[in-house]
Write a protein that binds this ligand. Structure first.
Ligand SMILES: [Zn+2]
Ligand SMILES: [Zn+2]
Length: 205
């Protein structure tokens, strides 16, 4: 039955896409709200005191990837386990397998690409998509309040934290000006660089 085959292929593709997108959104939010906030605890310390110290300013590559040796996998695995656990209640077994496989691949993809961005002469540098994403990631290392994604930078566009590689014409961006435009910050309270709940506090309190 070719029609049924095409249908299930479509469902598999859709499940795979949602699984990857939820991983890349999760990574972007984790990076933003835990990696760069004291709320993140050990993850925050590890990210700021190691990754951002070893790769800062114009020193964004090394011959080998510098790893703190601290494994953050478990940290990210917890919310993933919740998602997969909830999906177990609603999804068919074959779709659950697709979801698990794609989430694992996506997780590894994020980890691998972040490493490769910082490796001098990475084999991936022959691809223009890689060089573009690498530049966007380097901007994150220069201005810590933008480009939190590793693969899908449209999440940053959606969150208002996207910063393109090219400076806008007529407006040289000083390094210190890493905050967002105030119009954006007003629209999305979480863009002000303050914790989300601060939006509900009255000014001055
Ligand atoms: Zn990095
Ligand atoms: Zn970071």
């Amino acid at each position: 039955m070719p029609e049924a085959g095409a249908d299930s292929l479509l469902i598999y593709g859709f499940t795979a896409m949602i699984a990857h997108l939820s991983m890349s959104l999760g990574q972007t939010l984790f990076h933003r709200y835990l990696g760069h906030s004291r709320l993140g605890g050990r993850f925050f310390k590890n990210h700021i005191q190691f990754h951002h110290v070893h790769y800062a300013g114009n020193h964004v590559v090394s011959t080998h990837y510098l790893d703190s040796g601290d494994n953050n996998t478990l940290f990210f695995a917890m919310p993933v386990a919740v998602i997969v656990g909830l999906s177990y209640l609603f999804l068919r077994l074959d779709l659950l397998v697709v979801q698990l496989a794609v989430m694992s691949l996506s997780f590894y993809g994020h980890y691998y690409l972040d490493n490769q961005y910082h490796v001098a002469g990475s084999w991936l540098a022959r691809f223009s998509w890689f060089r573009r994403k690498q530049q966007l990631h380097f901007i994150h290392h220069r201005h810590g309040s933008c480009n939190f994604a590793v693969i899908d930078f449209f999440w940053d566009r959606l969150l208002g934290t996207y910063r393109s590689v090219k400076p806008r014409r007529g407006s040289a961006i000083p390094i210190a000006a890493s905050r967002l435009r105030s119009s954006q910050a007003r629209f999305w309270p979480w863009n002000s660089g303050l914790p989300l709940w601060s939006a509900f506090r009255r000014p001055g309190s």
